[in-house]
Write a protein that binds this ligand. Sequence first.
Ligand SMILES: NC(=O)c1ccc[n+]([C@@H]2O[C@H](COP(=O)([O-])OP(=O)(O)OC[C@H]3O[C@@H](n4cnc5c(N)ncnc54)[C@H](OP(=O)(O)O)[C@@H]3O)[C@@H](O)[C@H]2O)c1
Length: 305
Amino acid sequence: MNQMISRRAVVRVPSGPESVETVEAPVAGPGPKEILVRIAAAAVNPVDLGVAGGVFHRLGMVHQPHWTGLGWDFAGTVEAAGPGAGLPAGTRVAGFLDGFDRDHGSHAEHLVVPAANVAVVPDGVDLVAAATVPLNATAAAHAVDLLGEAPSDARRLLVTGAAGAVGAYAAVLAQDRGWQVTGLARAADEPFVRGLGADFTAEPGRGWDAVADAGALQETALRAVRDGGRFVGVQPAARLPEERGITGEVVFARPDGQLLAGLLARVAAGELPARVHAVVPLDQAADAYRAMAEGGIRGRIVLVP
Ligand SMILES: NC(=O)c1ccc[n+]([C@@H]2O[C@H](COP(=O)([O-])OP(=O)(O)OC[C@H]3O[C@@H](n4cnc5c(N)ncnc54)[C@H](OP(=O)(O)O)[C@@H]3O)[C@@H](O)[C@H]2O)c1
C-alpha cells in the first residue's frame, strides 16, 4: 500500500489549547497484525489537556523532535488490514492509544494500531458514542480489578468524580463485584449518580472501606479512607505515599481489545453510559481543548475529521 497523507492534531511547543494545531503527515500501511483505521470520531480527555499543556514533557516523558501527537480514544472503520489482523476492511472498531512519547495520536484522520488493541463496535452504538468509551471504561475496569471482590464485612466504596467518565463507569462496574457504591459528585449531578445505581454524596466524608479516586482528588480522597482500607488512584505520575495502613494502588489503563469488547457490549445493552457533550471538527481541535479546559463538561467533546 502507498503511503498516504493524513491530518492529525499535534503540539510543537506545548503551552495549552492555544498550541494545538493540525498538520498533514504521511501514514504508513499496516504491518502484520495491524490495522489502518479511518477515524470517524475521537474523544478529548483530560490526559490530552495534560499533553497539550506540557505536563508530560516537563516530567521528561516526551522526546519528539518535531511535534507530539494528540489523542487517545478513537472509533472508526478498518481501511486496510495487515497479515493476520483478522479484521476485514469496513469493520467498525474502537480503541485507544496509550503512551505519551508519540508523534501521532487519535485526533487524526487515520491511525495504524495493533488489531488486538481494538474491539468491534456493536450494532446500535454509533461511532461518535463509541469514541467516548475505550480509555475511561478500560481505566474504570482496571480500577475495579484492583479493588477485586468486596469483602463481606467491608463493602463501603466511595467513587470520587462519579459524574465524570471514569467515575461513572467505576460506579457501575464496582457494584458487579459486591461493592456498596457511593458516588461523590457535584450537587447537580445527584440524579445522574443515583441513576447509576449508586448512593450519592457531595462531600468526601471519612471512614470508607475503599475509595476509587476517579475524580483525581488525591490527598482529599486518601483522607476519606478508613485506617487499613483501600485506595485506588488514577494518577500514575503522582502516586501518593501510603499512610495509616491503607493499601494504595494506581491505575494505568492499557489497551485490551477483549476487555473493551465486553464494555462496549454493556454500552449497547444500556448498562454503561456513553455520553457526548459536543461534536467538533478536527480542524477546530484547539477550540475543543479550550472548552474542555474550562471544565464543568458532562460527557465528552468528540472530534470528527
Ligand atoms: N491512569 C489512567 O490510566 C487514567 C485513565 C483515564 C483517566 N485518568 C484520569 O482520571 C481522571 C478523571 O478522568 P475523567 O475523564 O473521568 O474526568 P472527568 O470526566 O472530567 O470527571 C471528573 C469529575 O470529577 C468531578 N470533580 C472534581 N472535583 C470534584 C469535587 N471536589 N467534588 C465533586 N466532584 C468533583 C468533576 O466535576 P467538575 O467538572 O464539576 O469539576 C467531574 O465530574 C483524570 O485525572 C484523568 O486524567 C487516568
